[in-house]
Design a protein around this ligand. Structure first.
Ligand code: SF4
Length: 676
């Protein structure tokens, strides 16, 4: 068997493994990499099965062009010429900002960099975004404001050095399984664990305190905890004085969050808030972990600010075993952000509105660049519905299933003059496209991927692509050339060299330095060893900024017509829209059908039995799924995983947006359940 070192294509934990190939060139399995600092010779079930979808017969193998309403096979040159000419026609007729580019957290850093270059230099628009808009845009906005950097502050290995872990809004063992198991191992060694989540999750079985606060009341909970910490004099005064600013404003803002009021808003007991305050502030080193339970709200940025305030208040920043640790979802969502697949920044978070930065990129790419920040992807959907957005270029994303309010997204994509998608399988979004380009998957290309702890890792080519499928960087290079730009890349390492030249935090990254350990950014020069822990002596912005926030209710709460609260999320066996995991036979076998978790008390009132089909309706649509009766969800709440197209949770979800980050409120909306 021939082993090739690669990076797991699923979650942001970023485990590395060897893809195993037989003498006939077929992938036959996966072997964990014993020397890898994160996976340490282990994988979760998705990692063990990461080879299974690669050679699936459903892979796209030839470009497709829509003719007379149907997608028909075409030659590469014809398809690329058509993409180039149609996008330019639209830009000429309706303006450059009538185009939108959606990049992907599943493709490499080099490919994200090239797509943002294509949007900005090739088509003159900053309208580029990616799926971080749907998961951690609140983190980027909130943490940049309070710390100066929107990334995870510490490393996964810090779990081994901490005294206490607070997990809020993260089903870690399902979504980031190896980080979840590292937390469980720490608990076995005596580390204390607090879980704040309305659902009973696997981690909550092993916790010192499980706070089942109402969905959407995180700000009230965190403010109540902080008020209690200050009331008992447990804050870290030295850290506050030396490393932070705006403490007086924070303290004043917390006054309304008395134990009584916090208990009323969150549904918790005052004693639980007191116990949490004492445990958290009493730990010498505490780590905060959070994920989309915090970010996916119409007040997601406020939630992130509150998390950051708690870490600053207790001095849990800049040391091993501490930190604010947003767990990034997909395997390269951190890298897609780092590479500037965002509407307001180039790679390395360099602002498009800064004339000096613009001049630097303009000189490097040889063309003038637009100065107005571009559109967020969630706003682009609204613009397409309104008819002002005409052309959409989607790389490796499936917004029909992944965005909130499916009917609205479908209307947007159907309203476009031209839609082009690049993907490995025919997704629900590809079915609406005018041109579909077949892409290579992770096992068929070289590229770097940046995991949740900012570790840049090099995945290698194990096998060749099926049929005529091409790597994304090859496809985008062809389009850059058609736009008249110099793009003579023959290997992704050359693209990384260009990234390093224009991106200070990646300045020391080159392929010859990326061994099994990778490198954590910032890594400004070739001799720099990388930076596993941020904000050591001071925050990136200087002083850590306390940013006071007050509780705001979610946009749509249960009422007489829609009396239950819907929350969405992931399961252990599947990944996002199921495009890959549902084509992996072992994962598919373990969890085959769309389902909803319903509390037995609600089920009794509604006359629903275990495994009975139910209809779930919101103001936006209706789905039919099987009921799973469980006290994992509290009474009054329904949980639907969003992996299943035939029972798509996002038919129901609310596309109300956070006004600052543009993230939709996936985690709270009102629904009605009927037995069928
Ligand atoms: Fe892959 Fe994440 Fe599982 Fe690691 S924990 S094997 S990166 S899915």
């Amino acid at each position: 068997m021939k082993p090739t070192l690669s990076v797991c294509p699923y979650c942001g934990t970023g485990c590395m493994f060897h893809l195993l190939q037989d003498d006939n060139g077929r992938l036959i399995g996966v072997e964990p990499s014993g020397g890898h600092p994160v996976s340490r010779g282990q994988l979760c079930v998705k990692g063990w099965n990461a080879h299974a979808f690669v050679q699936h017969p459903d892979r796209l193998t030839k470009p497709l062009i829509r003719r007379n309403g149907a997608l028909e096979p075409a030659e590469w040159d014809e398809a690329l010429d058509l993409v180039h000419s149609r996008l330019h026609q639209i830009a000429d007729r309706h303006g450059r900002d009538s185009l939108m580019f959606l990049s992907s957290a599943k493709v490499s850093n080099e490919e994200n960099y090239l797509l943002m270059k294509l949007a900005r230099a090739g088509f003159g628009t900053n309208n580029i975004d990616h799926c971080a808009r749907l998961c951690h845009s609140s983190t980027v906005t909130g943490l940049v404001e309070t710390l100066g950097s929107g990334a995870m502050t510490n490393s996964i290995n810090c779990i081994d050095q901490t005294d206490l872990i607070l997990v809020i809004g993260s089903n870690t063992t399902a979504q980031h399984p190896l980080i979840g198991s590292r937390i469980l191992q720490a608990v076995q060694r005596g580390t204390q664990l607090i879980v704040a989540d309305s659902r009973k999750i696997r981690l909550s079985r092993h916790t010192d305190l499980h706070l089942r606060h109402r969905n959407g009341t995180d700000v009230a909970l965190l403010n109540g905890i902080m008020r209690q910490i200050i009331a008992e004099g447990l804050e870290d005064r030295t850290f506050i004085e030396q490393r932070t600013e705006n403490f007086a404003a924070l303290k004043e803002s917390l006054e309304p969050y008395t134990l009584q009021r916090t208990a009323e808003l969150t549904g918790l007991e005052p004693e639980q808030i007191i116990a949490t305050a004492r445990l958290f502030a009493g730990a010498d080193k505490a780590m905060l972990f959070y994920a989309m339970g915090i970010t996916q709200h119409s007040h997601g940025v406020d939630n992130v600010r509150a998390v950051s305030n708690l870490a600053l208040l207790t001095g849990n920043l800049g040391r091993p075993g501490t930190g604010i640790n947003p767990l990034r979802g997909q395997n390269n969502v951190q890298g897609a952000c780092d590479m500037g697949a965002l509407p307001d920044v180039y790679s390395g978070y360099q602002k498009v509105s800064d004339p000096a930065v613009r001049k630097k990129f303009s000189r490097a790419w040889g063309v003038p660049l637009p100065d107005n920040p571009g559109m967020m992807s969630t706003h682009a959907i609204d613009a397409a519905v309104a008819g002002t957005l005409k052309g959409f270029f989607i790389l490796g994303e499936n917004p029909i299933l992944s965005d909130a309010n499916q009917a609205h997204v479908r209307q947007a994509l159907e309203n476009l003059d031209f839609l082009v998608t690049i993907d490995i399988f025919m997704t629900e979004t590809c079915e609406l496209a005018d041109v579909v380009l077949p892409a290579s998957c992770y096992a068929e290309k070289d590229g770097t991927f940046t995991n949740t702890e900012r570790r840049i890792q090099h995945g290698r080519t194990a096998i060749s692509s099926p049929g005529e499928a091409r790597t994304d960087w090859h496809i985008i290079t062809e389009l850059l050339k058609r736009c008249g730009l110099i793009a003579d890349y023959t290997n992704p390492s050359q693209i990384m060299d260009e990234i390093a030249q224009v991106t200070p935090s990646y300045g020391g990254i080159s392929y010859d330095r990326l061994d099994i350990n990778g490198l954590c950014w910032p890594c400004p020069d070739q001799k720099h060893p990388g930076t596993p822990i941020l904000h050591r002596d001071q925050c990136t912005r200087g002083k850590g900024h306390f940013s006071p926030v007050s509780y705001k209710a979610s946009k749509e709460l249960p009422d007489a017509e829609y009396p239950l609260l819907l929350s969405t999320g992931r399961t252990y066996f599947h990944w996002h829209t199921g495009t890959m995991t549902r084509r992996s036979h072992l994962l598919d076998r373990e969890e085959r059908k769309a389902f909803a978790e319903l509390n037995p008390k609600d089920a009794e009132k509604l006359g629903v039995r275990e495994q009975q089909k139910i209809r779930i309706s919101s103001r936006r649509g209706t789905i039919e799924v099987m009921a799973e009766l469980t006290d994992r969800v509290p009474p009054g709440q329904v949980f639907v995983p969003f992996h299943f197209a035939e029972g798509a949770a996002n038919v129901l979800t609310n596309n109300a947006l956070d006004p600052e980050s543009g993230i939709p409120e996936f985690k709270v909306c009102a629904v009605r359940v009927e037995a069928l």
